[in-house]
Structures are given as C-alpha cells and as structure tokens.
Design a protein around this ligand. Sequence first.
Ligand SMILES: [Zn+2]
Length: 457
Amino acid sequence: MPLWFTLAVTKAAAMSSRLLGRGGGHALPGLIAERLDPGLAGRLAARLPHGVIMVTGTNGKTTTTKLIASILEASGERVLTNSTGSNLKRGVTSALISAAHLSGRLDATIGLFEVDEASLRRVTGELKPDHIVVLNLFRDQLDRYGELDTTAALIGEGIAATTAQLYLNADDPLVASLSRYAPRADLVHYFGVEELPPDAPDVPQTASDSDRCPVCRSRLVFSRTFYGHIGHYRCPTCDFARPTPDVEVTEVTSADASGSRFTVAVGGERTAVVFPLAGTYNMYNALAATSLAHGCGIAPAGVAETLSTTVAAFGRVEELTLGGRTLFLLLVKNPVGLTQVLETFVSRESAPHVLFAISDLDADGRDVSWLWDVPMEALIPADAVVLTTGIRGADMTLRLHYAGIAADEVDDFTVAVERLVREIPVGGTGYILPTYTAMLAIRKMLAQRTSMQEVWR
Ligand SMILES: [Zn+2]
C-alpha cells in the first residue's frame, strides 16, 4: 500500500473525528494505521534526521518531555512530540501521521515521545529510538499494570530491542538495575542527586515501593532517602549498589514553593541552575533532561538557561488568581506524587486551605486504596482547613478522618471551589489537589470564570 494513501486515509479520519467532536482525534489515526500499515510509524520515524528520543517512567514524563523539547528547540532542533495523554503506541503513531506531509516528508528534525511504561516494548520495537530516558518506577494504578517488577521487565525488554543511549535514574534501584538489559555497557548513563539541603523536611517514608535488591531480593540498605525509595542504597548480600552518576546535582542551595536552586556537575563542569518548578521530584525531571541534553551534545550552560525559563506542563503545577486569592492546581495520581505535593506546598504552611478532588474514572485509575499509603498525619497541619469533593470524595474524607483531620465533603466541583475561595482570606493562598478527570473538570470550570490567557502560566 503506498505511503500517501495510508496517510491520506488516516489524516481524513482524524479530521472527521475532530469535526464530529469525538475527542481531539488523537488516537484514531494511529488505530487505523495499525490495521492498514503496521510499519507506518517506523518508516516515518526513520525519516527524522536526528532520530528519536523516548521518555518513560511512572511520574514526570510530561514535565520532562516538555523540558527536553524546550532545550532541543533552544539548540535549533525542530521537535516532533506527542500530546499529553497520548503516550500509548497509537498516540505516538498518530503524532507522526499528523506531522507528516502526504509525501511522507516531515518538517521536524527530531522525534521526542513520552511513552507509557507498559507500551515501551511495542514502541521501541517499531521506532528504534536513539535515546531512552527512564525517570522512576513507582506503584501506580496497580489495576492496570500489576507488579513493579513486571513493569521493569517490560521496559527492560524494550531496551534490549534497541541500541539506544540510556539515561537511568541512579537513585531509583529498580531503574538503575535496567542497565543489565543494555546490549553494551557504554550505552548506559546515570543521573542522580548527591545531597539535599539539611533543612529538607523529614517525611516518614511509608510510600516506599521498592526496597528489595532487584538482583537477589535482599532488603537494600539506604544511607540516604530523598523521597519514596529514591536515594543512596546498596545491597548487603550481592554487589548491587547505586551506580556513580555521570550527571549529578552536587548541591541544593534552596528549595521551596517557588522552586529550587542547585548546582549540577556534568563531566566535572559545574553549572548553577535556578529552576522555577517546586519539589524534589521536579528537580529530578530537570536532572533527567540535563543528562539527555549532555548525551545530545548540548552544553550545560545553555540547558541551565532554558530550565530557568520553564513553565509547568499542563495541569501539573498551575497558579491562578480568583477573587483576590491565589490558587494552586496540583495534579495527584499516586502515593509518592501526593506525598511530594503535600510536603512541598502544604506541610510547611500554618492553617493551609486544601481541597482534595478525588475521582476514579478510567483515566484516574479505578483503585483509590493508594490514598491510605500517604502519611497524611505527618503532612497536613492540624489547623488546616480541608474540603473534599469528587466521585470518591467520601473515601478521602474517611482517610483524613483516620489521620485525625476533619474535612467537609462537598458534592459539586463548582460549589467546592467556591467554598474553598470563600474560606481563604483575601490575599491568601489555597491548594486544589485533583486526580486527572477531576482536574479537567475544575480547569474547565475555572476557565469560564477567569481569563485563561491572563491568569494561567
Ligand atoms: Zn542483592
């Protein structure tokens, strides 16, 4: 079947899907292409002169992909990327189709795709990436993926099918252990953090997912933990230990709700970075992007400049003003992510105002038992004003009740946000912590009340 024919059919399908109002037409062209011409994505990707980069891992894919895209664009690349939430194989295929001319020509110079952990094996088999970044592996939506070790093995098989340069988080034992799947040792690069500031809050690490040696199953010994199971570790039984990073945060001079300032060492060269996204997890995203950029030959100084002008990826950390109050909208989807958000934004405030919007539709993950894995007792001050809403708002209220925190449950998203705003003194700040579909609903509602262009950043 000629290339132009498949492209014409799939592009027409995307267009009619958009006209009919059936979503953004994100997945449909990919779905049709899989039937008509299963090799299409691979043939299109092969036309990208500077190759393909893939970003995978449980948390931070969207943010890291956005950071890498900015860094590449600043260095002169034209970047083809997939849209948020289209990180399965058909989403990647759809992105390639919509960017291609009917002749198959692409204007982009490089492909950059965030890929779902469970899909990596299928996508790498076809697209043959030149670079793969693995951020972290946390328990996330167990109802979909099963055990973490299974997810790691799937990523490993994806890695083994390529000769891509690998950028692995040295501080996540399971991610670091993926090096064993690399066809050659010289393809493996590590990034990590040496030390956090001494005043970083001490959070009980009950949200730890992976404290067993990936090689021999002994319990790992940690000399430092930064969050979850991310830290410095070694196995007391076999020789598995944290590898020495090639790209490393050597010093964090400040870290608060406005972001962090840190020094990153790349091949002995130290560069100061001012990074406006808050949270240790976002510092790791910046570090992963820096590591990849180094592998692509981009100098750390240019990377630091781009990082300093970063804005949050869709829905991850958004700030707006409403009725003279500042609201932060912070997506939550798993225990480690929620722990980090509470630690960064809520735990250090006196009398913080917080709205949890918890739903359990497919895109949120059906299982909300993870709410019990978050140490709410330690992270939410006793004088906090807390509201809950969403389909599973009652589960959140119950979880908070067992943490000794009283919360008022409100049925409707709009009423809940209005009530939150009324509770916050004028000039004060509040935090809305939604799951994915709750975030979309609240964002839509807020957009009607405020001017998106002016207040969203
Ligand atoms: Zn071991």
